[in-house]
Design a protein around this ligand. Structure first.
Ligand code: PMP
Length: 425
């Protein structure tokens, strides 16, 4: 029950006229702010400017003596593989270094399984209507991949410890057309949830009806912490090995929000046997990825510890931004019980649940006052939030000052939408 519900109609109408006036004052400010996507700020990109100067016309050899200007080395230079391996607690021969985008590697993997099957099995697309489990709210671009390939998306609820595993186990074990699940195990997009040990263990011990079922383990925010140090979770590949499912997980990660978004380095990690299959396909696609960029990263960061130290600098920039939004939510919305949210310890988003039926209206009101948010519903398969409640706020790009203003407007719009809704009932 919200405080607004406890007001008389007259009291609420009075409150709404005050909110209308405050909203008009915001519109007069002609704001132009964007909290729609998790883009690193200019200041964050500046942290990696040293990468422009860390190679030279005489320094372009990888540690095994390969000339990085030329063709060769399909799966990545050793120093870059080692950095990924150390960060993900895996072995270098379980890693393939790719191009700049992990999303492209996920898309490609799904595409390959659709057209050619998993490890030379029957192509998914020839087996019937392919389905994926989509823990929701989740990452809109994962859902975009499914839509593109006409993969039916089955939403599964997210809990504070990860996807609802009762539901995941029940569905995966009963339907052989369920071929995959999207997971963002650390600081999930958008809720910032970290999977518990129990969740990882149950995921690793799944008994899928489909022998070609795959876990898409998107570790996009593996080390993207805001406080102290990254959360630790169980190692999905090792747990899958112990459970007799060594080939089930496909792990993805990238430097997009470590060095430069758009000019980072991505990887896929998997069992050695999976790696061999993936390399065979990759050999048909490319003679090799950009080794100079890999070398730049290796020179700049030196090793995994260098990357972690660098992440502390990102955290120092991001933390006050998250806190500016959280403070506004706590001050403006918590007393009225108009929203709930997690205070994430890492990642790029604050995922706010506004009263049912209000999310679209809040996003519209914010837009009409100059603040662009992620479209309401985008965090659910087919853009359909059944409760029209979740809004993903991305606080990374604007300045702290801008965020304070934007967050104040956001809270005002939540109040306005809630008041409108109650008055219309
Ligand atoms: N996965 C998740 C969960 C993301 O939030 C993002 C956006 N940064 C990506 C993947 C995209 O990663 P990349 O830039 O490596 O394609």
């Amino acid at each position: 029950m919200t405080a607004y519900h406890q007001m008389s109609r007259q009291e609420l109408e009075k409150e709404k006229s005050l909110l209308d006036a405050a909203y008009a004052a915001f519109q007069a400010k002609n704001l132009k702010l964007n909290m729609a996507r998790g883009k690193p700020s200019v200041e964050q990109s500046d942290l990696s400017n040293g990468m422009f100067n860390c190679l030279s016309s005489t320094d372009y050899f990888s540690e095994d003596g390969v000339d990085c200007r030329n063709y060769g080395t399909l799966d990545g230079i050793p120093e870059m593989k080692r950095i990924f391996a150390d960060l993900l607690h895996l072995s270098p021969d379980e890693i393939i270094v790719g191009g700049n985008s992990s999303l492209a590697m996920m898309f490609d993997n799904v595409s390959s399984n659709m057209s050619h099957g998993v490890r030379d099995g029957i192509p998914w697309s020839k087996q019937g209507e392919v389905k994926f489990l989509c823990p929701s709210p989740g990452y809109d671009r994962h859902f975009g991949i499914c839509e593109y390939f006409h993969i039916q998306m089955i939403p599964v609820a997210m809990t504070e410890t990860g996807p609802d595993m009762d539901e995941v186990e029940r569905l995966v074990s009963s339907d052989p057309m369920i071929k995959g699940i999207w997971c963002v195990p650390k600081y999930s997009n958008p809720d910032g949830i970290v999977y518990s040990d129990e969740t990882v263990l149950r995921m690793a011990n799944l008994k899928p009806a489909a022998s070609d079922f795959r876990i898409y383990w998107d570790d996009a925010y593996a080390i993207h912490y805001l406080y102290d140090k990254p959360a630790t979770i169980l190692n999905i590949l090792r747990e899958c090995e112990k459970a007799g499912n060594p080939n089930m997980p496909l792990i993805f990660s990238s430097f997009s929000k470590i060095s430069f978004a758009g000019a980072g380095v991505a990887c896929i990690a998997a069992s050695r046997s999976n790696i061999e299959f993936i390399k065979q396909r990759m050999a048909m696609q490319t003679i090799g990825h950009d080794k100079l960029n890999q070398l730049r990263h290796a020179r700049f960061f030196k090793d995994a510890q260098g990357v972690l130290d660098h992440m502390a600098k990102h955290a120092a920039i991001l933390r006050p931004k998250f806190e500016a939004v959280e403070e506004a939510l706590e001050r403006e919305l918590a007393p009225l019980q108009l929203a709930h949210w997690q205070n994430p310890k890492g990642g790029y988003f604050i995922s706010v649940y506004v009263p049912e039926g209000c999310a679209k209206r809040v996003v519209q009101l914010c837009k009409e006052a100059g603040v662009v948010l992620t479209g309401a519903g985008a965090t659910y398969p087919y853009g359909n939030d059944p409760h029209d409640s979740n809004i993903r706020v991305a606080p990374s790009y604007p300045s702290v000052e801008e965020l304070r203003t934007a967050a104040e407007l956001f809270c005002l719009c939540v109040k306005l939408a809630a008041a409108e809704k109650i008055l219309s009932e």
